[in-house]
Design a protein around this ligand. Sequence first.
Ligand SMILES: *Cc1c(COP(=O)(O)O)cnc(C)c1O
Length: 223
Amino acid sequence: MIAEKLHTIKSNLPQHVTLIAVSKTKPETAIMEAYRAGHRDFGENKVQEMTTKHENLPKDIKWHMIGHVQRNKVKYMAPFVHMIHGVDSLKLLKEIEKQAKKQDRVINCLLQMHIAKEESKFGLDEAELKELLASEAFNQMKHVRVKGLMGMATFTDKQEVIQSEFSYLNQLFESLKKDQKSWPQLSMEVLSMGMSGDYELAVTCGSTMVRIGSSIFGERNYQ
Ligand SMILES: *Cc1c(COP(=O)(O)O)cnc(C)c1O
């Protein structure tokens, strides 16, 4: 079942788009089903859950932290995390730099931008992004690499709203890509946008990485 769904989604995605299978709340058996079908990129939104799964599962899995990260949890994932998608403050980035240095690693990060109308969604606005990039602390970092941007659209049926939010994020991504030579810490390759309900639209708006959970693993049950 999982293998078939993965296959169907992958065959509908352009070659340059990476699929992150979002396995949060799902058992390790489900991840292994996808793994045996050749899949390696998985997304989790809780550090504790991701760390436990990392310990129990094959070590060539690339773990993506897609949720909101508390600074005091960074140390637990610093030894193994492949990419942190939800970086939305300089404070958090400083902690990632510190923990990555301890591990003698460079950790891939995406800056999460606030593009939705909803108040509740995390992320930076454009002014905060510029401020972060201009800060001395950022410019001295050697153990983080900002690989791109991440964003979540408003939860709505209105396609034109979602499309305008994704297009806005894409413009921001492209403009930063043009200027990236000013920062050795920047290497703009990834635009992480699109989930089960909106990934096709996200891809038409320039997404290079989609994060899909329920369309692969089924609906989640939260207690
Ligand atoms: C849960 C989650 C997803 C996947 O959502 P689905 O609708 O199940 O595809 C994608 N991105 C983030 C940040 C998430 O928390």
